[in-house]
Design a protein around this ligand. Structure first.
Ligand code: 5AD
Ligand code: FES
Length: 349
């Protein structure tokens, strides 16, 4: 496609309150280096204008890998009997948080599977302790819960919540999550927003049956909901799941979706996801140059990290707690950007 045509479509998408699916599809299909260079440079300018040059850090602690769900793509699904299940103690979580705070990080992400015996008050205590001891921003990523539980955690001091929609294509959603319900997930996202959380969502690129048109609709969904944060990563097949033999998501399509999400949503915080960094090469650098402005160093204590295996080849599984920050400083210096040690609250309001 000619440079002129690409720029024309980009301008139309950027300036539109509701871009056309066909325009988004066309940009998602860009594949040659000269074409994607134009797309990524555009997204990079939009990122710089609305989110600045700093790269925000969110330290993630994967505190529990038990899960009641049965997502086809996920290595933690309850049918996987081959992995060792673990749950950190409150003091293990708080020790990791202290290490993170000592390195200057201001946001902790507490992530887990959806354990059927999750004790909401247990987590509320952890949240209160973190707020009292370190004043960090607290982000939860603990799946679908009832309104009462979301309220308890919000009142305990949680600031943000991540709940990916994974795909907005109802048919694919149902196929990937046999016992779950698309509408219930959207209701959860609405409840979180009502409670005053900064809300994050996101998708997986390369799920079976997913088309460029369905990704285009995902991006419009992000725009309609005005999410504060959006995570986009490639599908990576896990050998102990029913999708073991499926094709992995493409880095190219993931980067195109990321770039377009930046152009369409403007202010949302977009991580260069760990999945993007766990492919045949570390594509997080490319992600940061195609619209992303966030990195998520891993602070899950050893020896548990390898057991949080959402997908194989997940990066940093052998590193010690604390090792990711200097590594990421090197990564961002190589693209002439810098780490931003501020809270990085939402830019949407
Ligand atoms: N490939 C890529 N991403 C995955 N996730 C889970 N399993 C996989 C996989 N096989 C992502 C989902 C989930 C997040 C915690 O990890 O998007 O929301
Ligand atoms: Fe974890 Fe590089 S980001 S070691």
């Amino acid at each position: 496609m000619s440079t002129f045509k690409i720029k024309d479509v980009l301008t139309r998408v950027y300036n539109s309150k509701r871009p056309a699916v066909a325009d988004l599809e066309l940009l998602l299909s860009l594949a040659t280096e000269p074409e994607t260079r134009i797309l990524y440079a555009y997204a990079d300018r939009v990122r710089k204008k609305f989110a600045g040059n700093g790269i925000l850090l969110r330290g993630i602690i994967e505190f529990d890998n038990n899960c009641r769900n049965n997502c086809l793509y996920c290595g933690l699904n309850r049918q996987n009997k081959h992995i060792k299940r673990y749950r950190l103690t409150q003091s293990q979580v708080l020790d990791s948080v202290a290490r993170m705070a000592a390195q200057g990080i201001k946001t902790v992400v507490l992530q887990s599977g959806e354990a059927s015996d999750l004790d909401a008050e247990w987590l509320a205590i952890v949240i209160r302790e973190i707020k009292q001891r370190h004043h960090l921003a607290v982000t939860l990523s603990v799946g679908e819960q009832d309104l009462k539980t979301y309220r308890l955690w919000r009142e305990a001091g949680a600031d943000r919540y991540l709940l990916k929609i994974e795909t907005t294509d109802r048919e694919i959603y149902q196929a990937m999550h046999p016992e779950m319900d698309y509408d219930r997930r959207v209701t959860c996202l609405r409840n979180l927003k009502k409670l005053g959380y900064q809300v994050g969502s996101g998708i997986i690129i390369g799920l079976r049956g997913q088309t460029r048109s369905s990704i285009a609709r995902d991006i419009l969904f992000f725009q309609r909901h005005g999410f504060d944060m959006i995570g986009i990563g490639p599908f990576i097949p896990h050998y102990q799941t029913r999708l073991a033999k499926d094709k992995k998501g493409e880095a190219l399509l993931t980067l195109n979706a990321l770039a377009l999400t930046r152009i369409v949503t403007r202010f949302s915080h977009l991580p260069a996801t760990t999945a993007l960094g766990s492919m045949e090469q570390d594509y997080r650098r490319e992600g940061l140059q195609a619209g992303a402005n966030v990195l998520m160093p891993n602070f899950t204590p050893q020896p548990y990290r390898r057991y949080y295996e959402l997908y194989p080849g997940k990066r940093c599984v052998n590193e010690a707690v604390g090792a990711c920050v200097p590594c990421l400083a090197g990564l961002v210096a190589s693209i002439k950007r810098h780490l931003d040690f501020s809270y990085g609250h939402t830019l949407m309001r």
